[in-house]
Ligand binder design. Structure first.
Ligand SMILES: *Cc1c(COP(=O)(O)O)cnc(C)c1O
Length: 432
């Protein structure tokens, strides 16, 4: 008699999951906050956004926070604020959402991809330094699926070479690296807060920094209505320090309008208030799931070691690590198929590596008469197949796991048991 559901056995998941996966959670208070903005006709103002910024900065214990209409806009601005321009290079991971690196092309710079660490899925500090050139202006550290990057090593490299670090914490709001909130360690921390992300406000982004110059430059790039001296003065009684920003105040230097929609900032303020509690419950639920699977052959948790004072933050689209050698070399696709039959939603693999996408090889976006990625460099920096071996192989070693938003032991146990059952009865799949 077969045990696995894919072969006709009973499913591991029997209970209705209810709203355990539902996200974002929108309360009456959030609805009222949005309605208040609508009724007051303040959708395009900045008063609510400034309150949200203040609260966000306070949560991170940072001097400045700046809201954006998207996380992409915050990264674009942060890159420019860090001095990324024509002929420059940024170093980032290839295994990420495109917005972590792609805006660099718009600034006339190019992207040099570094490999990732197989256990963290984050940029590998050991693969960064040899890629640094006189043109390198910034490293983008993405806390991928919530896992905090090895920031000590990254900061050390950046300091040594006098380059900036931009953290992309869009997957990891509230996550800790050695006890410090992610986003507060680099020169600037960017967050998407669109509705799929752990902190979900609608469609928006926000950044935090302690660097006055970076803050001012981010304002100047895409927040024309906040570049007047008085607006800066409102923040903390200082005036614009950069003479260029002063001279061109009133118009956005980037030519972009990046301010946050106040429906998002109003909802964001309510979400922020609830977030710590929700985050704690997500942490508890996700850690329980992995605790149940500890020791299961072939399966490894994607989370920092216990006792490390590092956490996964919001666990955005969480992943598990797969060790096929321990499971008779069963391909992860086959493994996931069997787990799905048990009543769990799981998909094999990771996102498509950016460095292999044709955009980073052929696209002439700005009519340079050559591919944009090499438009302003005198060496061919394009990275083909085989250039990032770990990144390119990761899809065989990764699968998605359920993203629990509530700690409901029975449902979590059933889901964990589905993974365990397939791993422990792998012979049924290998022999079929
Ligand atoms: C979502 C996301 C972004 C972009 O944010 P938007 O708000 O969608 O523009 C950037 N980086 C990462 C890692 C993301 O997941």
């Amino acid at each position: 008699m077969s045990k696995l559901a894919i072969n006709g056995g009973p499913k591991a998941v029997q209970s209705d999951p209810g709203d355990i996966f539902k996200w974002p959670i929108i309360t009456k208070e959030a609805e009222d906050a949005a309605l208040e903005v609508l009724r007051a006709g303040k959708m395009s103002g900045t008063d609510v956004t400034m309150k949200f910024e203040k609260e966000y900065a306070e949560w991170h214990n940072m001097k400045y926070a700046l809201g954006f209409n998207t996380g992409t806009a915050s990264l674009h601005s942060a890159m420019w604020a860090c001095g990324v321009g024509i002929g420059d290079e940024i170093i980032g991971p290839s295994l990420t959402y495109w917005a972590s690196v792609l805006p660099a092309l718009n600034l006339g710079a190019t992207v040099i991809f570094a490999d990732v660490e197989p256990n963290t899925l984050c940029i590998d500090p050991k693969d960064i330094e040899h890629r640094i050139t006189e043109h390198t202006k910034a490293i983008v550290a993405v806390h991928h699926h919530g896992y905090p990057c090895d920031m000590d090593s990254i900061m050390q490299i950046a300091k040594k070479h006098n380059i900036k670090v931009i953290e992309d914490a869009s997957h990891a709001h509230g996550g800790l690296y050695k006890g410090k909130l992610v986003g507060t360690i680099g020169d600037v921390g960017c967050f998407s807060v669109m509705s799929g992300k752990p902190l979900a406000t609608g469609e928006a982004g926000i950044l935090v920094t302690n660097d006055r110059e970076i803050y001012e430059r981010c304002v100047a790039f895409g927040h024309y209505e906040r570049t007047g001296e008085t607006r800066y003065a409102e923040i903390e009684g200082e005036i614009i320090t950069d003479p260029q920003l002063k001279e061109f105040a009133g118009l956005p230097l980037g030519g972009f309008k990046y301010r946050m929609h106040q429906l998002s900032s109003a909802v964001g303020r309510v979400q922020l208030k609830c977030y710590k509690e929700r985050l704690e419950e997500i942490q508890k639920a996700m850690n329980y799931f992995w605790d149940l699977l500890e020791g299961t052959k072939g399966l490894r948790a994607h989370r920092p070691p216990k006792g490390s004072k590092s956490t996964m933050g919001g666990w955005f689209n969480p992943k598990g690590l797969y060790v096929p050698e321990e499971l008779g070399n069963l391909p992860v696709e086959k493994f996931c198929e069997a787990v799905r039959a048990e009543g769990v939603i799981t998909t094999p693999g990771t996102t498509f590596p950016l460095h292999l996408h044709p955009l980073f090889h052929k696209a002439d976006i700005y009519h340079h008469g050559k591919p944009t990625v090499i438009a302003n460099t005198d060496r061919d920096v394009r990275q083909g197949k085989g250039s990032l071996p770990v990144t390119e192989s990761m899809s065989a070693y990764v699968y998605s796991i359920p993203w629990f938003k509530h700690y409901r032991p029975k449902i979590i146990e059933e889901h964990a048991s589905a993974f365990k059952k397939v791993a422990e009865n792998i012979d049924e799949l290998l022999n079929s």
